[in-house]
Design a protein. Structure first.
Length: 323
């Protein structure tokens, strides 16, 4: 019997035991109106007894908020970059495999998360982030995808990644290397910058920091900035280490429009190795599916009140045609 016919047989068995129609079972499992709450509860009880594997919506009905995991973004909600979309997709798959129901919570809904979910995954950390404190106040198990600290956390080895990609440019003969990112004064950016700075200091090279304004379109912002900067001083830099692949794409477009050759005159690198965006780009790869998988594993440990731990996820330098 295949999965589809097995599922149909389970629904028929639930209907037989409850002495109702298959339509009534469907209404109960999918939260639709048309039956009494008493009947809905009886059908859900029978579904548990038969070991029926319901849909995500039905799991939420059967288990209540215990089955719900809130995926929370930081206050800069516009940072729903391709990286976050991809991470969210993989988190959703990993949670579904564990029978959990992922629900996205925008920053302005953070206060409602403990009321609606039985666990949380926090993305997009920022300075003085109040979310971990809120989760602890409500005794809500959670995992941060962020730097080591209190509680459970998962984070790629960004510092090592930025060191390696900067070292790669130095070994390629680059001496006027700039680091491009936004909000470079934040603790998160300092962690990334430290890898860049270590490589530059070891080579006795002066650092150049490009702190661009935060925007909805990082690539366009990088494009505009570089057009202005290199338009007035084409020798300002011979290498650009970008905070992410989107910024790198903006830099490549600007250099192309200015007629500057990549990598002959200016090398450009990214970070994340995102599909499509990183095509042909030297970058640092994060294993996003693995990060999602380990985050969900840690959340299970948090639910069991095990000792908190941090997982540092390795990254990999990917050398392509822009360096």
């Amino acid at each position: 019997m295949n999965a589809k016919s097995s599922k149909a047989a389970n629904i028929q068995e639930i209907a037989r035991r409850a002495n109702v129609s298959i339509a009534s079972v469907s209404r109960a499992l999918n939260g639709k109106p048309g039956i009494s709450e008493a009947l809905r509860e009886r059908i859900l009880d029978i579904s548990r007894d038969t070991g029926y594997q319901p849909s995500a919506a039905a799991r939420q009905l059967i288990s209540g908020k215990a089955a719900v995991v809130g995926i929370s973004l930081g206050r800069r909600d516009f940072e729903l970059r391709p990286y976050y979309f991809l991470l969210y997709q993989h988190l959703t798959v990993a949670l579904h495999r564990q029978g959990m129901v992922p629900i996205f919570f925008a920053h302005d809904r953070t206060a409602t998360l403990p009321e609606e979910a039985g666990g949380a995954i926090l993305l997009g950390e920022f300075g003085d982030d109040p979310r971990p404190r809120l989760m602890r106040q409500h005794n809500l198990p959670f995992v941060r995808i962020g730097l080591p600290g209190q509680g459970f956390s998962v984070f790629p080895e960004e510092q090592q990644g930025f060191h390696d990609v900067t070292q790669h440019l130095i070994e390629g003969g680059r001496r006027r290397i700039a680091y491009m990112g936004d909000d470079l004064q934040s603790p998160h950016s300092q962690h990334r910058l430290s890898g860049f700075r270590q490589a530059m200091q070891a080579a006795a090279l002066d650092e150049r920091l490009i702190d661009i304004p935060s925007s909805l379109d990082p690539a366009l912002t990088a494009y505009r900035w570089l057009m202005q900067r290199l338009g007035s001083d084409p020798r300002a830099c011979d290498g650009i280490v970008c905070e992410n692949d989107e910024l790198a794409r903006g830099c490549l477009a600007a250099l192309d429009d200015m007629g500057m050759r990549v990598p002959d005159e200016v090398a450009v690198t990214g970070f994340d190795d995102l599909p499509a965006l990183a095509e042909g780009l030297t970058t640092v790869r994060q294993d996003i599916p693995r990060i999602a998988e380990k985050t969900v594993e840690l959340l299970a440990e948090a639910r069991l009140q095990q000792s908190p731990r941090h997982l540092a996820m390795p990254v990999e330098l990917i050398v392509r045609g822009t360096s």
